[in-house]
Design a protein around this ligand. Structure first.
Ligand SMILES: [Ca+2]
Length: 322
């Protein structure tokens, strides 16, 4: 059975890697990209989504969503990591293709009602569009199949924050939206830095991908140049972590991950703004702001060798078909 996916994204270099992974894998039907601010402005994100769609003849719809967070002042595009327009050294020309007329949150609501029990929402940017959808129509909670989120960091495997000592970028960009999404009564799996920083695309891996998987491998190699310079100069690493593609990998092969159950809250102000905290199931406390929230799942370990093999084999197979 195919997974019907709406990918909520702020494209984004690792977003591009995730979009093409979802497009390439035969078990996924990628219905739409819903665009949110984050790595780039929402306008640049839209252009990048259409650029990839046109370049690889993808069938997904594009719907544009939030340009700013719900409450906090905008942090601004992550130019140092993703370049001036989101795809590093690759500057997408203006695209004139049609987009869906609805705002992203309404597209999600309509698609979930039209396909009850079948839609997987995969969110790999700030969670603003998902929060707006929940506020406009809470009944989607019982109709969505599952929600898979790349974001957050819970201190597992030594991983805490990447934009502050305790916050991951997607959650830090809109912590109020994240707290709404993570405490809603729908089934959420969080694939955070705890697992995404356990998988690594080395320079050698990306060069091999370029060699073995045709145009798609070349494109991923080209957009990753800027990203790898950031990793090399700022983190001293010859390669990059596998952030957004890990959420797609979870949808395809959930058995690659071990999960831990418990309600999640997000810190929405102060020094730890954007920090994600999971209470373990089964404990009772005299003071507990988690107690009325549903248990959600957090990825705590990953079979990174198998994940890297899955990504590589998916793109090689795709390039031989297209
Ligand atoms: Ca992203």
């Amino acid at each position: 059975m195919q997974h019907k996916i709406i990918l909520d994204t702020d494209p984004g270099i690792d977003d591009a890697m995730a979009i093409l992974f979802a497009e390439a894998h035969p078990s996924i039907e990628l219905l739409a990209l819903t665009i949110v601010f984050g790595n780039a402005s929402v306008d640049d994100g839209k252009t990048n989504a259409l650029f990839i769609k046109n370049k690889f003849n993808c069938q997904y719809q594009v719907a544009v969503g939030a340009a700013t967070p719900l409450i906090r002042p905008p942090v601004g595009a992550t130019v140092a990591v993703h370049g001036p327009h989101g795809l590093g050294d690759v500057i997408a020309p203006e695209q004139h293709s049609a987009i869906d007329y609805r705002p992203a949150y309404q597209y999600m609501i309509d698609a979930i009602h039209a396909n009850p029990g079948e839609i997987t929402l995969v969110a790999v940017g700030p969670l603003t569009n998902l929060a707006l959808a929940l506020q406009a129509d809470p009944s989607i909670c019982t109709k969505v199949k599952q929600v898979v989120i790349m974001g957050g960091a819970f201190g597992e495997n030594g991983h805490r924050g990447n934009v502050t000592p305790w916050a991951e970028a997607n959650i830090h960009d809109d912590p109020h939206a994240a707290d709404i999404v993570l405490t809603a009564p729908w089934p959420v799996v969080v694939i955070g830095l705890d697992v995404t920083e356990q998988s690594f695309f080395s320079e050698q891996y990306l060069a091999q991908l370029k060699q073995d998987s045709g145009e798609v491998g070349q494109f991923i190699y080209d957009v990753s140049r800027y990203y790898l310079r950031f990793y090399s100069e700022k983190l001293g690493l010859a390669g990059c972590h596998v952030h957004d593609p890990s959420a797609i990998a979870y949808v395809i092969q959930p058995q690659l991950f071990h999960l831990r159950s418990g309600p999640i809250r997000v810190v929405t102000d102060g020094a730890a703004i954007g920090m994600t905290l999971q209470k373990f199931d089964g404990r009772i406390y005299p003071h507990d702001d988690w107690q009325d929230c549903p248990s959600q799942q957090v990825g705590v370990s990953v079979d990174d060798d198998s994940l890297l093999r899955l990504y590589r084999e998916t793109l090689i197979s795709y390039s031989s078909r297209s």
